[in-house]
Design a protein. Structure first.
Length: 212
């Protein structure tokens, strides 16, 4: 049974996907065209997870694959945005390391188990990506407001998720024997998802192609 916060999370994801479709239809030459099909992939992934998890056919397979797709895309956006070989190389090395760790964990645990090391690495990628972009801004001679750029909202939304999700999910596992606290943590995770996709939606409304 879906609770109100879960429905709100699904609604926020759908709204972001619709706004992205409108945005990329209007600004066909934007650098972040991958973002639109990605958001629709999120919707399809949620639908598949709802039915397959309830049927008991999958456990962590979809979430493991989801993170494995999401992190490299996030890194690709960072690498495409920043200037400087060192910053690009740093993100590239971190992303390759992330994929290697995910592969090792997948082989050792199997895709049906939670990839905990991958979750920790995801937080690191989020913090690194944010730091790399801030360094880029300080080094850049660009004077335009970063909050008129779609990239800024993509960055903030993903960093929020990358940093908070592993912490909350780990806490949920640790407190499985406390149903009340576990439910509160689930509610908090859904609230993070809502906020993340609201950030995306706001960025898609506010930003323009030339400032993306």
């Amino acid at each position: 049974m879906l609770n109100a916060m879960t429905i709100a999370a699904y609604g926020a994801e759908l709204l972001a996907a619709i706004l992205a479709t409108v945005y990329f239809y209007k600004y066909r030459s934007t650098s972040y065209w991958l973002f639109m099909p990605y958001l629709w992939y999120v919707i399809l992934n949620e639908i598949a997870a709802f039915f397959l998890l309830n049927a008991g056919w999958v456990k962590y397979e979809l979430s493991n694959i989801f993170v494995t797709i999401t992190v490299p895309m996030f890194s690709y956006f960072i690498i495409s945005k920043v200037d400087g070989k060192n910053l690009k190389a740093m993100m590239g090395f971190a992303t390759i390391s992330f994929l290697i760790l995910s592969l090792i964990e997948g082989i050792s645990k199997g895709v049906s188990e939670a990839w905990n090391i991958q979750e920790i690495a995801t937080s690191f990628i989020g913090i690194l990506g944010f730091s790399v972009y801030v360094i880029h801004l300080f080094r850049s001679s660009q004077t335009s407001n970063p909050f008129t750029s779609l990239f800024t909202y993509i960055l903030l939304g993903f960093v929020l998720s990358f940093v908070s999700a592993p912490v909350i999910n780990t806490a949920r596992v640790l407190y499985l024997d406390n149903p009340e606290l576990s439910e509160q943590l689930t509610f908090l995770m859904a609230a993070i998802v809502v906020l993340m996709y609201c950030i995306f939606s706001f960025g898609l409304i506010r930003s323009k192609s030339q400032s993306a």
